[in-house]
Design a protein around this ligand. Structure first.
Ligand SMILES: Nc1ncnc2c1ncn2[C@@H]1O[C@H](COP(=O)(O)OP(=O)(O)OP(=O)(O)O)[C@@H](O)[C@H]1O
Ligand SMILES: [Mg+2]
Length: 244
């Protein structure tokens, strides 16, 4: 199957005055199309550093990063921005929705960066929002929604451009356990029914169970890489009808 991600002996070294911090210490990792991967590991093990590289927000100090077989590790800032806008979707712990902007406008944003949202795009937004249980909330403002609803809006925004890779850093970190389960089921559906490739950082084993593969980092290295102990129930919704 097609490689979405190939990290080849990646190092990231931060220099702080006299001290060098080896945040990634020779990571090699392949992620194929359709995978759903959890990145775990203690605080400081390099999870966010790795996500920043996968998200084209930062580049390795040494080693190579290929996204869909294209080496992006030597791309310029502008080229990386282009990749972020066209190939990647991001979901964050604190949702990162614009507060003075309606749900619909928040979700349209990535489309507007890459081109103008067409009538067909808007129809697609409404369709995905309906599937994710957000119907009728299009004209609301983020602070009128629950945490789980806000995170689902952020997920719609992240997938609206049909990203090659969806990245989520602690997406359930600000949610209670019931809402976390709800949001994780949404990720499962996106992966299972729409075939979206997802990489998700979490501290919690219960959250990692929703994925299919768990990569544990320790001191900037891959400590283990195993199938997940998925005891979580399979997807409940069946969003098969999404047009792209
Ligand atoms: N911008 C930076 N400058 C200097 N050091 C950094 C920087 N970012 C991260 N580090 C260091 O690199 C190491 C890895 O950090 P990273 O943020 O990737 O860890 P993490 O696994 O995401 O941790 P957490 O679970 O706390 O989010 C840590 O030692 C951290 O202090
Ligand atoms: Mg982190």
């Amino acid at each position: 199957m097609q490689n979405i991600v190939l990290l080849e002996d990646v190092y990231k070294i931060y220099t702080m005055g006299e001290v060098n911090v080896m945040a990634l210490n020779g990571v090699t990792l392949t992620i194929k199309k359709g995978e759903f991967v959890a990145i775990m590991g203690a605080s400081g093990s390099g999870k966010s550093t790795m996500m920043n590289i996968l998200g084209c927000l930062d580049t390795p100090s040494r080693g190579k990063f290929f996204l869909e077989d294209v080496e992006v590790s030597r791309f310029s800032k502008n080229e990386l921005a282009e990749i972020r806008n066209t190939k990647l979707g991001f979901v964050f712990q604190n949702f990162n929705l614009l507060s003075r902007t309606t749900v619909l406008e928040n979700v349209e944003l990535p489309l507007i960066y890459s081109k103008k949202a067409s009538k067909k795009d808007i129809e697609r937004i409404y369709q995905i929002m309906r599937i994710l249980g957000l119907e009728g909330l299009e004209k609301h403002y983020p602070n009128q929604l629950s945490g789980g609803q806000q995170q689902r809006v952020a997920i719609v925004r992240a997938i609206i451009n049909n990203p090659t890779l969806l990245l989520a850093d602690e997406p359930t970190g600000n949610l209670d356990s019931a809402t976390s389960a709800e949001v994780m089921k949404v990720f499962q559906d996106l992966n299972h029914d729409m075939g979206i490739t997802i990489v998700l950082v979490t501290h919690e084993t219960d959250i990692a169970r929703y994925t299919r593969r768990v990569v544990v980092l320790k001191d900037g290295k891959v400590l283990s890489d195993t199938p997940s102990q998925s005891s979580a129930t399979p997807a409940v919704q069946t969003p098969r009808e999404i047009a792209s």
